[in-house]
Design a protein around this ligand. Structure first.
Ligand code: SAM
Ligand code: SF4
Length: 335
């Protein structure tokens, strides 16, 4: 329901229009990817995380303030108990144009059909290697064949523009850039290469040694394929290139080497209900405190979202020693 006393869009103090939220539905995961988690993870106690109802309330408040796009992430969204009931409710939210999911794909063979029926428009599936042993080394526990089955299930459900996500790391999978591209191209789906971000301490490697720049990744692809600028842009750190003579696009998510903060259109909500205004900064608002305060109303929640726009930082500074680096791991941030 729209209310004349509330604005119909969220605009920060740099004039950026925020119409996209990434909502983390869990910090847990059935994988332990080396760039995302440590081997021995301690997850949040249940009472600290937002209930499905609280997550829905946050999503509803955002859509009432003009947010058009919600991406569910985590952790692994599909390990949250009863997550489908939340997804079905989000799929029916008035005003929401796109409901998206980022997943490790391990359970998509089971969930692709119900996700499609619930109104999920697009799915990003993470896959860093096509070699089963290596896949296991990177994810520490994941089974490649489950993810490949999940990708096939998503394709057969006919989701719009399925995208694979690959984090390219020197010493792990940098020699698979072409194989991963070939795999996506053969299936007519997109693939995005992600620069490893320095979020929290990675327990088994020094990130400065493993991070591969996307300029380097692009050179590898151009040894085989011709890339042209794509008309489609997504605000934020990703840029797409179209492959000549192929349906697939190649995305480059380059938060480390390229700073696209000036057209950032998004904020994140962690599963603890912390509204993070920037991936690379700690500026945040405690939404859980508002949700659990009986004296506060849904309108108070919306007022807090509007007020948060004043503290959205202008940009992030990864690997800049003059600026504090985030201490959160990606599973807490909501990738
Ligand atoms: N579990 C789901 C998955 O893996 O797709 C969703 C959450 S995961 C945190 C979202 C994305 O973040 C994945 O594509 C993952 O590869 C990426 N990611 C995790 N840690 C990262 C890091 N330190 N740097 C760059 N990307 C990272
Ligand atoms: Fe889990 Fe995704 Fe993090 Fe891998 S990247 S550990 S699948 S949350």
């Amino acid at each position: 329901m729209s209310d004349a006393s509330f604005p119909d869009k969220l605009v920060d103090k740099f004039g950026r229009h925020i119409d996209y939220i990434r909502l983390s539905v869990t910090d847990r995961c059935d994988f332990r990817c080396v760039y995302c988690m440590t081997e021995d993870m301690t997850f949040l106690p249940r009472k600290q995380i937002l209930s499905l109802e609280e997550l829905y309330q946050v999503a509803r408040a955002f859509t009432e303030l003009g947010v058009k796009k919600i991406r569910l992430t985590g952790g692994e969204p599909m390990v949250r108990t009863d997550v489908m009931s939340l997804i079905e409710k989000l799929g029916a939210l008035p005003g929401l144009k796109e409901l998206l999911l980022t997943t490790n794909g391990a359970q998509l063979d089971k969930y692709a059909a119900p996700l499609k029926a619930a109104g999920v428009n697009r799915i990003n599936i993470s896959i860093d290697s096509l070699d089963a042993e290596r896949f296991k080394r990177i994810s520490r526990v994941g089974k490649l064949e489950k993810v490949l089955a999940g990708i096939n299930a998503a394709i057969s459900q006919g989701f719009e523009r399925i995208r694979l996500n690959s984090v390219v790391m020197r010493g792990y999978n940098q020699d698979e850039v072409l194989a991963l591209s070939d795999y996506a191209i053969a299936r007519g789906i997109d693939i995005a290469f992600i620069e490893e971000m320095p979020l929290g301490e990675a327990s088994d490697h020094a990130r400065e040694e493993t991070t591969c720049s996307n300029d380097w990744v692009r050179e590898q692809i151009e040894q085989k394929y011709q890339l042209v600028n794509s008309a489609s842009r997504t605000a934020g750190p990703s840029r797409y290139m179209q492959l000549v003579d192929h349906q697939s696009r190649i995305g480059f998510i380059s938060p480390v080497t390229h700073n696209f903060c000036e057209d950032c259109n998004r904020v994140r909500v962690t599963v603890e209900g912390r509204l993070l205004l920037c991936l690379g900064n700690e500026h945040s608002v405690d939404l859980r405190a508002i949700l659990r305060d009986e004296s506060k109303t849904h309108d108070d929640l919306k007022r807090a979202l509007i007020a948060s726009m004043d503290i959205k930082p202008e940009r992030h500074f990864f690997y800049d020693k003059d600026h504090a680096q985030p201490v959160r791991l990606m599973n807490m941030t909501g990738g």
